[in-house]
Ligand binder design. Structure first.
Ligand code: MCF
Ligand code: ZN
Length: 336
């Protein structure tokens, strides 16, 4: 059995952040767009720190100009994830990038993404659900427009609302209106917190936005009372160890608090965030966790059970996924 054979659930993936560099280069060439300072000499994405990463992400995204581009991106990302053994992915989708925050425009992009996802499900057995995401450094006013896009398109495919972006700008509570709007539309909620801001930002996410999951949340490990609160509330952390290391939060995996959080009873899951940016994959994340903490097949099965319970999907999908996980690692040539 290889790492790719383990069936995996991924809850935290930014769609553009999963774009292979070759894909972005090809699109740039097709559209005669010159991308400067996005790739290094070897052709990998390059960035110096977190704010720079956000800039490079937006520069790479600027070549995705039409719904068809997003359809192609969705196909490429899901093919890659399925080959890595992922059976279910939740992707952060941004109406800011897909239609400039305009509802009619967003519907067109969404239609293209959803069609590509359905084709990938048939071809590769991987299921996608979308989390509409506002971008924190675009401010609370823009976020309201994004929440309206989310509320208007909530359903079987768009199942969640979230926030990413520069956590050092503003406070979680500044976005409460948007999260309330999404909650009223029946969407499940998550926000990036406790990554570049400390434990207090996780408290604010719980108190002011009333989310059930937190993107990253790893800085909660600095605060025992907060870990206890997270464990008691059953809040699920979407932990992305490779991302945290690549962005300089921790020097290496041994220094990463995922094992400490888990030992404190906090529900943790594992995701890749923006895999080519951080030169990772779900299999590489699992392999790293085995090396750093001695986690074995049972630990990974437990992680995936937590992830499937916390997935923003309907009961029928959850049951189907649980069945696939129970069947154990996939056999060669089998669909994920
Ligand atoms: O999780 C990483 C790092 N922390 C915060 N935000 C992001 C991460 N990857 C992408 N993002 C943000 C970024 O602002 O999400 C947006 C990007 O523009 C895209 S959401 C589809
Ligand atoms: Zn993220």
């Amino acid at each position: 059995m290889t790492w790719q054979d383990i069936r995996k659930i991924e809850l935290h993936l930014h769609l553009e952040g999963a774009a292979p560099p070759d894909f972005i280069r090809r699109l740039a060439k097709e559209k005669s767009i010159s991308l400067t300072r996005v790739f290094d000499a070897q052709g990998h994405y390059r960035f110096d720190d977190f704010p720079h990463f956000l800039q490079v992400y937006e520069a790479a995204t600027s070549v995705l100009k039409r719904p068809e581009d997003y359809a192609r991106l969705t196909t490429a990302v899901l093919e890659q994830s399925a080959a890595d053994g992922v059976i279910y992915t939740e992707a952060f989708l941004s109406p800011d990038f897909c239609g400039g925050g305009d509802l009619a425009g967003w519907r067109e992009y969404l239609h293209a993404i959803q069609e590509a996802a359905e084709a990938a499900e048939t071809a590769h057995g991987i299921t996608l659900r979308g989390i509409v995401t506002c971008i924190r450094h675009f401010g609370p006013y823009t976020a309201r427009q994004i929440a309206r896009c989310a509320a208007e398109t909530a359903g079987a495919f768009i199942t969640g609302f979230g926030m990413g972006g520069n956590e050092t700008m503003g406070r979680q509570g500044d976005f409460a209106w948007s999260f309330d709007c999404a909650r009223e539309a029946g969407l499940r909620l998550t926000t990036h917190a406790g990554e570049f801001a400390g434990p207090e930002s996780v408290r604010q996410a719980l108190d002011d936005l009333r989310v059930s999951r937190i993107g990253h949340g790893v800085r909660a490990a600095e605060d025992p009372a907060l870990m206890e609160r997270l464990a008691e509330a059953g809040t699920v952390l979407e932990v992305c160890p490779g991302s945290n290391i690549a962005l300089g939060l921790y020097p290496d995996l041994r220094a990463h608090p995922i094992a400490k959080l888990r030992a404190a009873g906090v529900k943790v899951t594992v995701s890749t965030d923006d895999p080519p940016f951080f030169r990772t994959s779900m299999s590489q994340e699992y392999q790293g966790l085995e090396r750093a903490f001695g986690w074995d097949e049972d630990d990974f099965a437990a992680l995936n059970r937590t992830a499937v319970e916390a997935a923003f999907c309907d009961a029928t999908t959850r049951k189907r996924l649980e069945g696939k996980l129970k069947a154990g690692p996939r056999k060669r040539r089998e669909l994920p």
